[in-house]
Design a protein around this ligand. Sequence first.
Ligand code: NAP
Length: 285
Amino acid sequence: MIERLCIIGVGLIGGSLARALREAAYVKEIVGSSRSAEHLQKAVDLGVIDRYDTDAYKAVQGAELVFVSVPLGAMAAVFEAIKDALADGAVVTDGGSAKASVVEGVKKALGTMPAWFVPGHPIAGTEQSGVEASFADLYKGRRIILTPTAETDAEAVKKVRAMWEATGASVNEMDVEHHDEVLAATSHLPHMLAFTLVESLARMSEQREIFEYAAGGFRDFTRIASSDPVMWRDICLANRNALLAMVGNFRDDLDDLTSAIRDQDAGRILRIFQDAKAARDAFAG
Ligand code: NAP
């Protein structure tokens, strides 16, 4: 059980962790912090946190565990703000969607990679944001990836693993670079495709008609284009090398399909679609 947990960034990810740990009776007190007192007061009103301080330096004091779930572009500044306020033995982890940029940011802010920091990423989320969108079951049955570095203390990893397991999630460990490559393929590229498709259609002169006649397929494919633009801008920039490699592969494959359509190569088109259906059915099953 955690005596005092501090959550910096009480939005969808941080708020859902708070709700899940409360439901599991795994935490005694939760202190929140972010820029807006109004957002934090809402989190108190919803019963997600017990109290808050907009000054992260003050919020982390006396906390046994600190979870940082702010947009990637704000991570390094948070670590800079809290580094001298942490209690002895405190463990810090995060939920950022790309890991190399967070690790680099922490190293830069602290001048070294601290043993008490366990980089992490819950593979769970929705296209909604803010504490109002948070819910206790978000992590149930989902995977959490921890990416400890050579410097990370094994006991700190154990503590973070136990916290996530209390939410009903299962925990895997991976190295930072591998995490960023895998997530570029499975999450970051699909978001880029959804954002680009919707933005491209929205610029067409007949856009009203296009959206009027769009059906379930369009809705399914584009749901994630409703995700927070700031968060996704940060992810794009933070994981740009792995993402650019995936975009390059995808562009080649799209060119291949385009040629098959231009050449009226029915066999090739069918093979691409059959392979895709088999892979998708296996994944969904
Ligand atoms: P969110 O709902 O928008 O919450 C972000 C929180 O960070 C808000 O409470 C915001 O509150 C606070 N914040 C923003 N800028 C800040 C700053 N400069 N300093 C301090 N607090 C700040 O976003 P989220 O979806 O929970 O995402 C949080 C993190 O989780 C991101 O790093 C994201 O990459 C990662 N993640 C997201 C998902 C997903 O599907 N959404 C999944 C896995 C991981 P104020 O406005 O009051 O500052």
